[in-house]
Structures are given as structure tokens and as C-alpha cells.
Design a protein around this ligand. Structure first.
Ligand code: FAD
Ligand code: FES
Length: 336
């Protein structure tokens, strides 16, 4: 029987015995230990850990959303990764950070167009329910009239646990996108399950570097709004925000208002394919980064589409940022 040693981010360690045909997650559960998970099918990456010793394998037919580079760097999805011999896996969260997952119902209060390609979905939890979560986490929303579930990060801070906001990019033909594009009537009920994810703001009174692509701004707003709700602070926060075109740009007014309470919040914006009159940075979000950002901020928070996350991780690694100080949420498309 292989042994699995799990190392949590606060240094807590567990060693358990695994069967060779069961996943790390299943072995942990058999030992009475709950780990972060969501889809349990290799898609969402919520269960992602890093193999420090040994090797894992995936059963035939399991689609793993990690790239070959991610896997070569030790990345493993605990929900489907099976140990091949003794294993040591590092997990990027502490056990204390795992909150109970609940089902609740959201009554839509508004769907507001933010720009050509994104909306804000706002709603109030029904029956006086409150969602306990950490700024940065997400929930799964069921597309009304279907059984399809989609993950969305809260943009509101945990201090507002019953009035939730989500920033949603509208895709042509997407189940949730088309539901929102149709403009659901206020009061429409959406089932919700969560919170999920280990992308949350670590409690450190230190400068932060945030890198967001498109609606990847949502969890950053939750974090910034939480800091602002706690009172004025001069903490240095560098937010690099990238979008594809001008029609995708939104949220600058919200960031401006936040900077009144958080004067250390520096906003940098890049547009990949801007109109001719754009005078700001052109290109990808990593063009906004400077080597001094890495020395200034001990923690980096990344959120957006997988290629953006991969590029930002690579840039930060090349400029000396330790991988364990990089926290990321990938908006992995459904079914990939
Ligand atoms: C942990 C997590 C958190 C997320 N948080 C957010 C969030 O806060 N805001 C947000 O907007 N999204 C977020 N997403 C993505 C979101 O869950 C959906 O995948 C997305 O909104 C598409 O849903 P849909 O039902 O509209 O389209 P779907 O019905 O899922 O897809 C329709 C078609 O579009 C394709 N497609 C899906 N995604 C993309 C893409 N990115 N680029 C190009 N084609 C695509 C699909 O392959 C399919 O062919 C998150 C994803 C994860 C895993
Ligand atoms: S829980 Fe493992 S990939 Fe989703």
C-alpha cells in the first residue's frame, strides 16, 4: 500500500495509506480528512496540489485540465490523481481555510451591462440565508431551466454575505451567457452551491500584486472591497488588468472609487487589440509588469483565462518570485 504525505500551507502534515487504484482525494476521505474539491472529475483544478516526491498517474479516460508543463512542474489534481508508490503532495491552503459547502437560492435583483462583452449579475440570497466565504472564492450557479452548473467568483466582499455580485463574460451560445443575455426578470431564482476554491486573500499586512484578465477582476474586487470595508489603508497594491479590446473594458470607475479608501492601489491597464485612439499600454497583461513589482510584493494573485495565468506564472518565475507565493484561479472553460 503506498503512503501519501499531505503537507498543508501552514506546515500541518498528514500521512495516510492509499490503495493504488484510488485517488489522493478518496484516500484522504477514507482516512477522515476533507480536502478542497469541487467537480471531482479533473476539470476545475480546485483540488490542485504539487507533487514534491513520487509520481501520480491518471486512469484511462480521465481528462485532466492541467497542461503538460503544469504536470512536469509537479502539478497534480488530487480528485483523480492516483499514487504510483509513496507520495508527498503539497497543498496550497490550510485545513482551517476549508469552509462548509452549502446549497442556497439567489433571487436576481439586476443584470447590468458592464461593457460589450460582460455583465454584472446581482442577487439576494433567499430565506435570510448568508454565504460564508473568503474574498476570492467562487460558487457554482445552476443555469435556470437546466441542470448545467457554471463557476463564478464573488465580486462582493464577505462582509456582504447575502447580497452577491458576479461578473460574467458573455460567450456566444454559452448556456449561462444566453440566459443572462436574455435579461432574466428580477426575482428569477438561481440555485447556488459553495463556497469553493482555495484562491483567497492570505491575511498578510504586506504589499500585493494582482494580475487580472477580463472578468478575472471579480475576485480581485472582492479582496479590494474587503480591505476597503476594513477602513482606509495605504497598503501598496498593484493591480494589472488586461482585456482583449476596448469593448471588453469595464470596472475602472469602481477601482477609482476604491482608491479613495485605498490610496496605495495602483491601476495599470493593457488592451491587446485597442482602437487607434487608445493611449495606454497595448498588448498582453504581462507587458504591465516590472521587475520591481516582484521585489515590492511578497504575494501575487492571478485570475483569468488559462493562457493568461500560464503567461503570468512564467513571467513571475523568470523574475524570481517563488511559486508558493503565487495564488491563481483559472477560469477553465466548461467541458475542457
Ligand atoms: C473556478 C472558476 C471560476 C470562474 N469564475 C468566473 C467568473 O467569475 N466570471 C466569468 O465570466 N467566468 C468564470 N468562470 C468561467 C465560467 O464558469 C463559465 O465557464 C463561462 O462563464 C462560460 O459559461 P457559459 O455557460 O456561458 O458557456 P458554456 O455553455 O460553458 O460554453 C459555450 C461555448 O463556449 C466555449 N467556451 C467556454 N469558455 C470559453 C472561453 N473562456 N473562451 C472561449 N470559448 C469558451 C465552450 O467550450 C463552449 O463551446 C469560472 C470558471 C472556473 C473554473
Ligand atoms: S475537484 Fe479536482 S479538478 Fe475539480
Amino acid at each position: 500500500m503506498p503512503s501519501i504525505e499531505l503537507i498543508f500551507s501552514d506546515g500541518e502534515r498528514f500521512t495516510l495509506a492509499a490503495k493504488s487504484d484510488e485517488s489522493v482525494l478518496a484516500a484522504a476521505r477514507r482516512a477522515g480528512l476533507e480536502l478542497a474539491s469541487d467537480c471531482e472529475s479533473g476539470e476545475c483544478q480546485t483540488c490542485r496540489g504539487t507533487v514534491r516526491r513520487g509520481a501520480v498517474a491518471y486512469a484511462d479516460g480521465v481528462e485532466v485540465s492541467l497542461t503538460d508543463e503544469d504536470q512536469a512542474a509537479g502539478g497534480a489534481l488530487c480528485c483523480v490523481a492516483q499514487p504510483r508508490g509513496d507520495l508527498v503532495v503539497e497543498l496550497p491552503y490550510s485545513r482551517a481555510s476549508l469552509l462548509p459547502v452549502r446549497t442556497a437560492y439567489l433571487a436576481v435583483t439586476a443584470v447590468e451591462r458592464l461593457c460589450g462583452s460582460a455583465v454584472a449579475l446581482r442577487g439576494k440570497l433567499m430565506r435570510n440565508a448568508k454565504l460564508g466565504f473568503y474574498a476570492g472564492q467562487y460558487v457554482n450557479l445552476t443555469v435556470p431551466g437546466t441542470t448545467e452548473q457554471r463557476a463564478y467568483s464573488m465580486a462582493n466582499p464577505p462582509e456582504e454575505p447575502d447580497a452577491l455580485e458576479f461578473l460574467v463574460r458573455l460567450l456566444d451560445g454559452g448556456a449561462m451567457s444566453e440566459f443572462l443575455r436574455a435579461g432574466p426578470a428580477p426575482g428569477t431564482v438561481i440555485a447556488l452551491k459553495g463556497p469553493h476554491g482555495v484562491f483567497y486573500r492570505r491575511e498578510r499586512d504586506a504589499p500585493m500584486l494582482m494580475i487580472a484578465g477580463g472578468t478575472g477582476l471579480a475576485p480581485m474586487l472582492a479582496m479590494l472591497r474587503q480591505l476597503a470595508a476594513r477602513g482606509a489603508s495605504r497598503r501598496r497594491i498593484t493591480l494589472c488588468f488586461g482585456v482583449t479590446a476596448q469593448r471588453d473594458l469595464f470596472g475602472l470607475d469602481v477601482l477609482e472609487r476604491l482608491s479613495e479608501t485605498l490610496p496605495g492601489l495602483e491601476r495599470r491597464v493593457a488592451i491587446m487589440h485597442p482602437d487607434a485612439d487608445w493611449t495606454g499600454m497595448r498588448g498582453v497583461v504581462t507587458n504591465l509588469l516590472q521587475p520591481a513589482d516582484v521585489t515590492a510584493a511578497p504575494d501575487a494573485y492571478l485570475c483569468g483565462p488559462p493562457p493568461m495565468i500560464a503567461a503570468a506564472r512564467a513571467w513571475l518565475a523568470a523574475h524570481g518570485m517563488p511559486p508558493d507565493r503565487v495564488f491563481a484561479e483559472e477560469f477553465t472553460p466548461t467541458g475542457v
